[in-house]
Every structure is written in C-alpha cells, then in structure tokens.
Design a protein around this ligand. Structure first.
Ligand SMILES: *[C@@H]1O[C@H](CO)[C@@H](O)[C@H](O)[C@H]1NC(C)=O
Ligand SMILES: *[C@@H]1O[C@H](CO)[C@@H](O)[C@H](O)[C@H]1NC(C)=O
Ligand SMILES: *[C@@H]1O[C@H](CO)[C@@H](O)[C@H](O)[C@H]1NC(C)=O
Ligand SMILES: *[C@@H]1O[C@H](CO)[C@@H](O)[C@H](O)[C@H]1NC(C)=O
Length: 444
C-alpha cells in the first residue's frame, strides 16, 4: 500500500515539476549566441592532424561559418605540479618551432567576429583519477585554475571547457560529486572578472549523472552544459545497438531520457547543449543471419570486437567521413531503425550504427522543440569535411552533418511552435517522469 501511495505522490510531484520545466524551458533567453540565438558548438580533436591521407584535419580545415563556438580538444593536467599542460606541445604551441595550433585556432576570430574559441581540458584518455585528486584539494585547484587562466589569456581563448570523464568513475571517488562543484565554483570566480566562458562536458549516462553531478549547482555555475549524447552502445556490449538513439524515452539509454533527466534535475533548457556524434560505432556479429533475412539492431555481437576505419584506426569507432566512403565502396545495406531514429549498415558479419543527415536533423529538431541552448558535435574532424561523399552535382558538399545542423536550427527556431512547449515532447517528459516515479516507488 505504502508504495502505491508513494507512487502517487511521486507522480504528482514529478508531473508538476515536469510541466514547470516545460514552461520555464520555453521562456525566451538572451544568454545564447549564434544562429537564431542558438549555439552550434564544434569540438575539434586536434590530434586529427596526424591521421593518414584525407583523414588529416588541420586548423585550416575548419569552416568557422558553421559554428558559434570552437572547442580546442584537449589540454591536460600535470599531476606533478597541478598545472594545466599541453598534451602535444609541438602541435599546440609556437615555441621550439611548434605549429602553434592554439593561436591558429583563436586567430580564426579575426575574420569571424561571431566566433568564440574555448580550450577543453581532459577527455577520455586523461582519465578521472588525477582530476579527482586535484578537485579534492583547494591548493591544487588554485594552482590548476591559475595556470588555466594564464594559458587562456596567453593564447587569446574565450574560455574554458572542463572535460573530466567522469567524476566518481574510472578511478574517481564518491567525494567527486561535491568536489566537482568546488572546482566549478573556484573556476567561475576566477574566470568571471575576465569575462571568460565556463562550460563542461558531462556524461549522458543516467547512472553517472546521478553519482557524479549535483545538477542544479552545475547548471547554476556554468554558462553552458555540454551533454554528451553518444556512446550509449558500442562494441563493449554483447549485442548491436545505436550509438546515439534519439528515443524512446521509455529506454534509459537514449538521448530523450538523458535530456529529460537533466532538465528534471535542475539544468535549465536555455543552458543545455545537446551533444551529437559525427561518428558511428562498429560491431562484429556472433553469427551473421542468412541472406535476405530481416535485420535489426540488438543482434548478438562479439564483445570487444569492433573493426576500424582507415583514418581514425580505432577498433569499434568510425568517423562519418570514413564510414560514408566505406558504405559507398562495398556491399553494405543501410537500414533505418525506427526505435532509435538512426541508421545502421550491415555487410556480412559487420555492423555500423551511425548518424546521417536524417538522424542528425531529427535530433537537432528535438533540441529546438525543447528550446535547448543549441547543439554540439563531437567532432568537426570526422564530419565529411572534404565533401567526398557528396552526390554528383552537389554544389555545397563539405560538412554535410554540420550543415544539416545549421539548417535544422534555422528552421526549428524559426517555427512559431518553437516558443511554446511541443505537446508530444511534453508528453515524453511526463511519461519519463511517471516511469521514474514508478522505479523509485518500486525501490521502497
Ligand atoms: C538578459 O536581458 C535582460 C534585459 O535586457 C538583462 O537584464 C539581463 O542581464 C540579460 N541576461 C544576460 C544573461 O545577459
Ligand atoms: C596522472 O598523473 C600521473 C602522475 O603524473 C601520471 O603518471 C599519469 O599518467 C596520469 N594519469 C593519466 C590518465 O594521464
Ligand atoms: C558485391 O556483391 C556482388 C554480388 O552480390 C559481388 O559480385 C561482388 O563481388 C561484391 N563486392 C564486394 C566488394 O564484396
Ligand atoms: C513536436 O515534436 C515532434 C517530434 O519531436 C514533431 O513530430 C511534431 O510535429 C511537433 N509538434 C508540434 C506541434 O510542433
């Protein structure tokens, strides 16, 4: 009985909250910059300069007209002195005949006055443990922040993007949840007098969101919250699945669930930036089904056994620029998965789940329907930046995914419906709230 009562109470609370957030999220905002007041945040993985052949991506490859923000990825943390450090001095810096990519990227602002360029610190390879240790100690935080400001100032960046992946995980500790906020508070206080932007990339996994972040405070302290809505499924799983499934909201491992969760837990829509992948995840099937059989995501795959593309050369991962060439060059069949609103491709025992213009359009439209701040891509260097996958006669072939985003933002934020809650997405959020309430009440 008690659980039914609690279920009722939770339901009412969450439903009210969810409608409240729908309303608050629909208020006009003047925080944003960029197309129609929406941001298009373009991460650049600067090590892409070392990729072979047409995979090599340099600062010159950037088309700044397609982004409101560029994010230089990544700088690191030196755990011997707790200072920000360049992870690739030859590429980043000018000293010792370096290529000076920090300066080259910020120099793009001269001809593109709309553009902001920030420096991201962290990323997957940097892990979590050293950030955990730094965030736990006021002196180490100060040292890190002072050196970050020095680097930002010296190279003319507009701000700082914290990419600690992830608090409380991967060698982190339970106190990270508290210390992440302490770090953001110190960063905010130190950056503010300079007018620098402060953003952070956070996990889209609900379990990590719960353990790692006090979301209300995160929302208060940041200018924008970058929600990394990809890597939901990949070759680490034992079945194939979508890298970035839009829905359904009844599945916790989807974009709609992640967005609904952070909105319901205190991140304002006007600060939330939806992260989209310009890459796919690859799988090898246990047993390829017979020719002509109907194909779906969710078939059994060999755990840990993805294959790689010729540019990024990383098992389980393929840039859009690699996979679009691969799909053209051999016998792939491309299917559309209705449940996730994404495409996947099959060739023998190989499967690629990915995003194309259509799925990117749908996700951007969803961000506009929710009146989010905008979208981000990970990353600019794996869009088809040469336009090699264009159709004959295409006059504007470069960056098809990023251009799709820009177009969808123009259309989405111009539509008169945009400023009022979209009824179907309101229903989604409320459905999500009911399911959450059900789950919570079952725990009691
Ligand atoms: C938004 O605009 C209002 C009114 O012009 C102004 O008072 C407020 O400071 C602005 N907010 C931001 C974050 O710029
Ligand atoms: C953390 O810092 C230690 C000490 O400087 C270093 O050896 C280690 O590589 C760092 N961890 C990562 C994941 O970079
Ligand atoms: C593609 O399929 C056709 C017919 O099924 C076959 O003749 C051809 O060799 C295949 N090409 C490749 C690259 O596998
Ligand atoms: C609401 O959003 C859905 C997809 O998110 C779309 O299909 C529908 O047309 C939208 N409705 C309105 C009234 O904008």
């Amino acid at each position: 009985m008690r659980s039914y009562f609690q279920f009722g109470v939770n339901c009412v609370t969450l439903l009210s909250l969810c409608f409240l957030f729908q309303y608050v999220g629909s208020l006009p905002s003047n925080m944003s910059a960029g197309r129609n007041g929406k941001v298009v945040v373009c991460y650049v993985g600067t090590w892409a300069t070392y990729r072979p052949g047409k995979g090599a991506f340099n600062i010159d490859s950037i088309d700044p007209s397609l982004c409101s923000h560029l994010v230089y990825s990544f700088a690191g943390l030196d755990a011997t002195n707790w200072k920000l450090k360049s992870l690739d001095p030859y590429n980043d810096l000018e000293e010792n005949f370096g290529k000076g990519s920090y300066k080259k990227m910020t120099a793009l602002k001269a001809a593109n006055p709309h553009l902001k360029v920030t420096l991201a610190v962290g990323g997957w390879n940097e892990g979590s443990a050293n950030y955990s240790e730094m965030a736990a100690d006021q002196k180490k935080r100060s040292s890190f922040i002072a050196s970050a400001i020095e680097t930002i100032k010296k190279h003319d960046f507009d701000g700082f993007d914290l990419d600690w992946e992830f608090p409380t995980k991967r060698g982190g500790r339970p106190e990270d949840r508290e210390n992440f906020i302490a770090l953001l508070k110190d960063l905010r206080a130190a950056l503010k007098p300079h007018g620098y932007i402060l953003t952070a990339a956070i996990s889209a996994g609900i379990e990590t969101l719960k353990s790692g972040y006090k979301l209300k405070e995160v929302g208060d302290l940041l200018d924008y919250v970058h929600l990394m809505c990809y890597d939901y499924r990949g070759s680490w799983d034992s079945t194939t699945g979508a890298n970035s499934p839009l829905g359904p909201v009844t599945d916790p491992l989807t974009v709609k669930s992640s967005v609904s969760f952070v909105l319901a837990n205190g991140i304002p829509a006007r600060k939330l930036v939806l992260g989209l992948p310009t890459y796919g995840r690859t799988f090898i099937l246990e047993t390829p089904p017979a020719e002509g059989e109907k194909r779906n995501l969710g078939e059994r795959s060999k755990t840990g056994a993805g294959f790689q593309g010729p540019f990024t050369r990383t098992d389980g991962f393929m840039g859009y620029n690699e996979l679009c060439l691969e799909l053209k060059s051999s016998n792939w069949t491309v299917y559309w998965d209705d449940a996730s609103s994404t495409p996947f491709a099959v060739n023998g025992d190989k499967v690629i789940s990915f995003d194309n213009a259509k799925s990117i359009q749908l996700k951007t439209q969803y961000a506009m329907d929710q009146d989010l701040a905008g979208v981000l891509i990970w990353s600019m260097d794996t869009d088809d930046f040469h336009g090699d996958c264009s159709r004959p006669g295409d006059s504007d072939p470069k960056y098809p995914l990023l251009k799709t985003i820009n177009d969808a933002i123009l259309q989405g934020s111009l539509s008169p419906n945009n400023k009022s809650p979209n009824s179907s997405s309101a229903i989604d959020s409320c459905l999500f709230a009911i399911l959450t309430a059900l789950l919570i009440s079952l725990k009691f």
